[in-house]
Write a protein that binds this ligand. Structure first.
Ligand SMILES: *Cc1c(COP(=O)(O)O)cnc(C)c1O
Length: 404
């Protein structure tokens, strides 16, 4: 009789977005005359930029012609894309990353879930709390997280690093020494980030204790402050301790197109074993490449027109973020984020849990957001609003919240 991977049975249900959907559906059924504004979405809404569309159309035509048809992509990704990434995302920022340290993928969700495979089953992981749930869940599936306690909402074998207003959303070095440290900067859901000098301290710490930092830079394009690093490799020593994961989803609207990449530097070694070579082996064995059409679209992200158009797209969302932040402040809320990320993290009024605030916002303002508790125990008492809606809807939502 076959046996299943029992680790899946230990996972708590993922109630967050299904509970939200149920609550919204119930409210809509009871109040058919009310229009709901959704500021809970973690997905982009602006259409693909013209430069990207043009590159995709051209690549589609190439696929229809025997002379220019493309089958399987090279294991690491096409040279034209890896060259554009190395040049624009690294060398232009003074980071010495080579093309053969870049692995093109179908997105940062899969990379951030898969990267744990090349580490020992006994590895201790440390995560910021609250955070993107993929890091913990993928390790739980691999049997690395111990048992889940419903009361505390914590796994017995995960090191949680609370990030709250009290510590400025910057975690302290944990008491127990981790092997793998997940950092998502700028962070989803808090919208906050660290300064480059703070990140340097983490790089130094990882090198000192022999840990690897798994650095998720999905929101890098939203960074507006000058003292924030755009890549962890801006910190000295990062090449011996960090893997960087990037996505085209939030900077270029590729959530439905699918493209990302991982950087695994050659200097990153365990004894004399190169993690870069391990990831190359894993990638070549389990992944058959992002589509040619999509990689051409990714190349267009780095073209002159592409860059200009995407800068506007990011600015559109960040105008929403600024409006939400200012509007909420005027209404007396304590708000964080929204400066280097498209997320606003507000403190719920005292004595109100994040789910109570969700209900209050839905009933009184007909606005949907995301309760902070859904992203980890330290998210309790906070609430996430996103800047991914339209400007008109964002302003309308704020007006309603102000009247609440
Ligand atoms: C949206 C997001 C990603 C992007 O994932 P893709 O698979 O590239 O779409 C990665 N990490 C975080 C924290 C995100 O919020």
């Amino acid at each position: 009789m076959f046996q299943i991977n029992d680790n899946y049975q230990k996972l708590p249900g993922s109630y967050l977005f299904s509970t939200i959907a149920k609550k919204v559906a119930a409210f809509t059924a009871a109040n058919p005359d009310k229009t709901i504004i959704r500021l809970g979405i973690g997905d982009v809404t602006q259409p693909l930029a013209p430069a990207i569309l043009a590159a995709m159309h051209k690549a589609v035509d190439e696929m229809g012609c025997a002379e220019t048809f493309h089958g399987y992509a090279p294991d690491l990704g096409y040279d034209f894309l890896r060259r554009a990434i190395a040049e624009n995302d690294y060398r232009a920022r003074g980071c010495d990353i080579e093309e053969d340290e870049i692995f093109v993928s179908d997105g940062a969700k899969s990379d951030s879930a898969n990267i744990q495979e090349i580490f020992a089953a006994e590895s201790r992981i440390a995560v910021c709390d609250p955070v993107y749930p993929v890091y913990v869940d993928s390790n739980a599936m691999a049997g690395r997280t111990g048992t889940y306690d419903k009361e505390t909402e914590r796994w017995s074998n995960v090191i949680y690093m609370p990030c709250t207003a009290e510590n400025g959303f910057v975690p302290e070095f944990p008491e127990e020494t981790p092997d793998l440290i997940y950092l998502c900067l700028p962070n989803n859901p808090t919208g906050t980030t660290f300064t480059k000098s703070k990140l340097q301290e983490w790089v130094d710490y990882a090198n000192r204790v022999g840990a690897v930092i798994l650095y998720d830079g999905a929101y890098e394009a939203y960074i507006s402050e000058p003292d924030v690093a755009h890549s962890i490799y801006e910190c000295s020593g990062a090449k011996t301790c960090a893997i960087e994961l990037k996505s085209f989803s939030k900077n270029a609207g590729f959530t439905g197109v699918r493209l990302g990449y991982a950087v695994v530097p050659k200097e990153l070694k365990c004894g004399d074993v190169s993690l870069r070579n391990m990831w190359a082996r894993r990638h070549g064995t389990k992944f058959n490449g992002a589509p040619y059409i999509v990689q051409r679209a990714g190349e267009a992200v780095y073209s002159r027109e592409g860059k200009a158009q995407l800068k506007e797209q990011v600015a559109y969302y960040m105008k929403n973020a600024a409006a939400i932040k200012e509007g909420l402040k005027k209404s007396g809320y304590t708000v964080f984020g929204g400066v280097n990320a498209p997320y606003i993290w507000l403190k719920t009024p005292s004595g109100t849990t994040s789910w109570e605030f969700f209900d209050r916002l839905l009933e009184n303002a007909n606005v949907v957001g995301t309760p902070g508790a859904g992203f980890g125990p330290s998210g309790e008492g906070y609430f996430r609003l996103t800047a991914f809606g339209s400007y008109e809807n964002t302003l309308a939502a704020l007006e309603r919240i102000q009247k609440m």
